[in-house]
Design a protein. Structure first.
Length: 277
């Protein structure tokens, strides 16, 4: 994912602060309860926020990440990227304990999103990177088959939620560690091309007036099941990697597209739930 900037530590990230600035109308009168959230370095407007909005600074989030990383150990921070002049920033962190699935190497990661849009929360999510194909797979919880998203909103209660954020990072790390068990089960379960066809029809249901785009998407997923990078078309593991390869590599790669992959209803998240179930 070339849009990430490589780093060796949190100190390598280009940080900036944000601040709330009162908004005035055309007559110079302050508008009650409305503030412009701005970058302190450029004064660029990021969003409109309420009085109850409490800017969470990057250094505060990095302190939380650094504390969690120190407690857990064996973690390095490897990259970062930003969207729309810093309205969202993503930090990539890697656990230095690869999962070896018979030579298929999986690198556990977790990502932390810092949100300055005024509408979202700062959150982290467990993920992995398959070395054979550079597929990013955001993980479901092995017990509930639900993606773990832990968020802390920009509010006056932020200070009381720091421990919850650290606990979420710990949970994400545990999810990545347990992922090897799930992956091995998926590798052991036979899955045919007909099964893959059925899966694609669940993910992209047939309609009376199917568009060419939907038809092509289903055909591409089925093709990746047997001919995707690292795939042989024999197991549920091949099926899951076909979907993640499609989601990771099809179309233009960007920070915005990567951020959309954190949504819990993406095609790979839905495929994970179906295959694990």
């Amino acid at each position: 994912m070339g849009f990430f900037r490589e780093i060796n530590s949190l100190n390598d990230v280009e940080q900036f602060a944000t601040e709330k600035v009162a908004i005035q109308d055309a007559n110079g009168r302050t508008i009650p309860g409305a503030f412009s959230l701005q970058r302190s370095d450029t004064n660029e407007h990021l969003s409109v926020v309420r009085e109850s909005y409490r800017p969470i600074q990057m250094d505060e989030m990095f302190d939380i990440i650094d504390r969690a990383s120190t407690e857990i150990g064996n973690i390095e921070h490897t990259g970062w990227t930003e969207s729309r002049a810093g309205r969202k920033m993503v930090l990539r962190s890697r656990l230095l304990s690869d999962i070896n699935l018979g030579g298929d190497i999986i690198q556990p990661h977790f990502y932390t999103v810092i949100d300055n849009t005024g509408m979202g929360s700062n959150k982290s999510i467990a993920s992995t990177l398959r070395v054979a194909c550079d597929n990013a797979m955001h993980l479901i919880d092995t017990d509930t088959a639900i993606a773990r998203f832990g968020g802390v909103r920009h509010s006056l209660t932020f200070d009381g939620k720091i421990e919850a954020m650290i606990d979420n990072i710990r949970s994400n790390v545990n999810t990545t560690i347990k992922f090897g068990e799930v992956a091995n089960k998926l590798r052991a379960e036979l899955f045919t091309r007909d099964n893959m066809t059925e899966l694609t029809e669940q993910l992209i249901p047939l309609t009376e007036n199917d568009s060419t785009k939907r038809v092509n998407k289903r055909e591409q997923l089925i093709e990746l099941f047997t001919n995707g990078r690292g795939n042989v078309g024999e197991s549920k593991w091949d099926a899951l990697n076909a979907v993640t390869e499609y989601e990771t590599h099809t179309g233009k790669q960007s920070t915005e597209k990567f951020l959309r992959s954190f949504n819990s209803n993406t095609i790979s998240q839905r495929a994970s739930k179906l295959l694990v179930a």
